[in-house]
Design a protein around this ligand. Structure first.
Ligand code: G3H
Ligand code: ZN
Length: 284
């Protein structure tokens, strides 16, 4: 069974660890994430962007995720990542997602609240949890591109008002991470993160975690992060394994060149699960 984000993140917040949210777009990337979660006995969030849904098809995604939820033996959340389009969010809720994100962070504070409240009402009526975002991360996440100048850190006082107004279940914050590859080393604003965590009672989410040094990830968790999103690093591990295999073998059988990619991605997801402290937390 697929579980909601709310219950898993509340538990993670209490236990001071974070749950990995890993993006997938096909059977192979899904299998890599589930294999890793099983090996580490970890609860896991499998998430798709809107473009992943366009790529694989909503019904295929939900069907594959349902099987994963039934067979994994660990709690699995099927989450919509960066939902910007209300029609897609509604379709995901109706199709069987157990959690959705409404990313209205590019709108004004008031409009972000209005849209988030609308999604919370719709999702909660179906027992589906909601993540929202306040502040703007720089970088490229599928179709969403934000320049460094447009990026804005989350204001702690606004975060408190936003959470109280919207009734959202988890809040993504902008504290110095960016989507995609970093040019230099990212520097996180831990003081700001601590201030937000003191004012906001719901679990906090860190986006753009690919390429963030392990020490910063540990400190972010200590400061109150309960969900960590990883996408780019997984794609790179997958791509490198396919490339490496095809550089050394001549085969047209997708199973042959995709199997090493599943293994490489699973290994990376396992390492992230260990780093986030969610291994052996899969009690149903
Ligand atoms: O929503 C997805 C994440 O924020 C992924 O960011 O590609 O930089 O790991 P990343
Ligand atoms: Zn993100």
């Amino acid at each position: 069974m697929l579980v909601s984000l709310r219950e898993l993140l509340q538990e993670a917040k209490r236990g001071r660890y974070a749950i990995g949210a890993f993006n997938f777009s096909n059977l192979e990337t899904l299998r890599a994430i589930i294999l890793a979660a099983q090996r580490r006995s970890a609860p896991v969030i499998i998430q798709t962007s809107q473009t992943a849904i366009k790529y694989a098809g909503l019904e295929y995604i939900v069907a594959m995720a349902r099987v994963a939820g039934e067979q994994a033996g660990v709690p699995v959340v099927l989450h919509l990542d960066h939902g910007t389009d209300l029609a897609t969010i509604e379709a995901c809720i109706k199709a069987g997602y157990s959690s959705v994100m409404i990313d209205a962070s590019h709108h004004s504070f008031t409009e972000n609240i209005r849209l988030t409240k609308e999604v919370v009402a719709m999702a909660h009526a179906h027992g589906v949890s909601v993540e929202a975002e306040l502040g703007r991360l720089a970088g490229q996440e599928d179709e969403i591109s934000v320049g460094e100048r447009e990026a804005a850190f989350t204001d702690p006082a606004e975060a408190r008002a936003f959470v109280e107004e919207t009734g959202v279940d988890a809040l993504a914050v902008a504290v110095g991470t960016a989507h995609g590859l970093y040019r230099g080393e990212p520097h996180l604003d831990f003081l700001r993160l601590q201030q937000i965590a003191e004012l906001v009672s719901i679990p906090l989410v860190l986006h753009g975690a690919s390429g963030v040094p392990d020490a910063s990830i540990r400190q972010a968790i200590a400061c109150g992060i309960s969900k960590i999103n990883i996408d780019t690093e997984l794609r790179i591990a997958f791509y490198r394994a396919v490339k490496n295999f095809l550089d050394h073998h001549d085969t047209y059988d997708p199973r042959k060149f995709l199997s090493p990619a599943i293994d490489a991605m699973a290994e990376l997801v396992e390492a992230k699960i260990d780093l986030f402290g969610s291994a052996n937390k899969a009690v149903r």
